[in-house]
Write a protein that binds this ligand. Structure first.
Ligand SMILES: Nc1ncnc2c1ncn2[C@@H]1O[C@H](COP(=O)(O)OP(=O)(O)OP(=O)(O)O)[C@@H](O)[C@H]1O
Ligand SMILES: C[C@@](O)(CCO)CC(=O)[O-]
Ligand SMILES: [Mg+2]
Length: 444
């Protein structure tokens, strides 16, 4: 297991460094005054470096645990939600609201005194904890695979027993799928080992901004980062390399399957890779926006659940396959056109491009309505913004949740303030977020 290798490695380096340090001190006292100034400088430098290394490694060795942090962004879907599950193209962008994961792994001696896996959801003041032996007893061993695999129905049932034992408060029962996903991802990637995992998020839960994907991506990033051997301390956040990004995206997709049932993969992909993407049947095209894109995000605060909404659309598709096929085809065209406009370098004025985007959003919203995923709260936001000549569409799974309103460059701050005031007086919550930022990042 990684923590063992890490400790052994640290011990070895510690011994070698200490030896070098002692030798350096000995040579310092005997010969230092007889050396040339440049040789004296070299000895001082060696002493300095070895001393620092020894202290760092001593502290690391003395530390009882190793800590890795990761974060992953939420997203907005500009066009194509739901239809993307049925093979249409969709366009999504990362936003600068993140889910953060801190993974604390006890080193070997401390692990002997602590055999628990603990999950802390800090924003909700909730903590869940299992003994490692209980996890081993209940979760089948075949779930511990080194490459991304789906969680079988039987394993999920076993995990559900472990979640039930935690007596989640009734009003927070919607967390069950997230906690099952946590247990599946953790035990699959790190096996049955003790740890404390702390989660905080800036994203509203279950509101269309990809809280489930950001949770899966951030958690997987931290788990994968814990097995990267080069843990040289770096300032701030850094991205993962392409191989690890691909790996974590596959795991996060498996996690999303537990929460969503039948995800398209767009949410975990945009959270992992960041920026703006065009996505169709697993194929990712990274988009380079060539125009300013400002969106107001309104959270209707109407709770909903992506899994139920996605399966509602699938049921409608089974009942009316031909009609729904036409709907999905229309959405596919909308997404492709939108991606082309955003990327276009032609001389069309920004205003013209914004007019086209506005219309595409309107058509997309009508098609989402025909899929049965809109909601009266979404209609209220659309009507309110339309009074100010602004266009809105739902984003994510709909059924409540968040709504996007395009803010064209010509729209003044006064108009935006008025719209926000009106929306907030209806009990909604408005915010803006920067679009197209970084994807998953880690920090040691
Ligand atoms: N920080 C978190 N900690 C634990 N579980 C989480 C967290 N964030 C999301 N979840 C899980 O994800 C579920 C919400 O996912 P859901 O897909 O329904 O909404 P969403 O991802 O916010 O919206 P959308 O899928 O439309 O973008 C929650 O009920 C919970 O189980
Ligand atoms: C509704 C949906 O299209 C987007 C949810 O953000 C589901 C998915 O693509 O997995
Ligand atoms: Mg989701």
């Amino acid at each position: 297991m990684h923590s063992f290798a890490y400790r052994e490695n640290a011990l070895f380096t510690f011994s070698v460094t200490t030896l070098a340090f002692i030798c350096a001190i000995a040579s310092f006292s005997d010969n230092f005054s007889n050396q040339t100034p440049s040789a004296q400088m070299e000895v001082s430098l060696t002493l300095n470096i070895t001393a620092r290394l020894a202290v760092t490694i001593y502290l690391e060795h003395k530390a009882e645990e190793m800590e890795v942090k990761a974060r992953a962004p939420g997203k907005i879907i500009l066009a194509g939600e739901h239809a993307v599950v049925h093979g249409s193209t969709a366009v999504a962008a990362a936003i600068d609201l993140y889910t953060y994961v801190t993974l604390r792994l006890p080193l070997q001696s401390a692990a002997e005194n602590n055999d628990r896996l603990t999950l802390q959801l800090k924003d909700l003041s909730l903590e869940f904890s299992w003994s490692v032996s209980r996890l081993k007893e209940v979760i089948p061993c075949d779930s511990n695979t080194s490459s991304p695999a789906s969680c079988s129905g039987d394993t999920l049932k076993s995990i559900a027993v472990l979640v039930e034992e935690q007596n989640i408060p009734e009003e927070k029962i919607w967390l069950s799928s997230g906690i099952s996903t946590f247990l599946w991802l953790y035990t699959s990637i790190r096996g049955f080992s003790p740890a404390t995992v702390i989660i905080t998020t800036e994203l509203p839960y279950g509101s269309g901004l990809g809280s489930s994907a950001a949770f899966c991506v951030a958690l997987t990033s931290a788990l994968i980062a814990s097995s990267i051997l080069d843990k040289t301390h770096r300032e701030g956040w850094s991205s993962l390399d392409e191989t690890n990004l691909e790996l974590l995206n596959k795991w996060a997709f498996e996690g999303e399957k537990i929460i969503h049932g039948k995800p398209s993969g767009i949410d975990n992909t945009v959270s992992a890779y960041g920026n703006m993407i065009k996505f169709c049947s697993g194929e990712i095209t990274r988009l380079q926006s060539n125009m300013p894109l400002r969106m107001l995000i309104t959270n209707t605060k109407v709770g909903r659940n992506t899994k139920a909404l996605v399966s509602g659309v699938s049921e409608r598709t089974v009942r009316h396959p031909d009609a729904m096929k036409s709907v999905f085809n229309a959405v596919d065209s909308i997404s492709k056109e939108l991606a082309a406009i955003i990327q276009s370098k032609d001389q069309n004025s920004v205003t013209e491009k914004e007019e086209s985007i506005k219309e595409l959003m309107e058509i997309n919203q009508s098609l989402l309505q025909s899929m049965g995923v809109s909601h009266s709260s979404i209609d209220t936001v659309i009507r309110t913004t339309l009074k100010h000549k602004l266009t809105s569409k739902l984003t994510g799974a709909g059924g409540g949740g968040c709504v996007l309103t395009l803010l064209p460059t010509v729209v003044s701050g006064t108009v935006v303030d008025k719209v926000v005031e009106e929306l907030e007086s209806s009990g909604f919550q408005c915010f803006t977020a920067s679009i197209g930022g970084n994807g998953a990042e880690i920090c040691f």
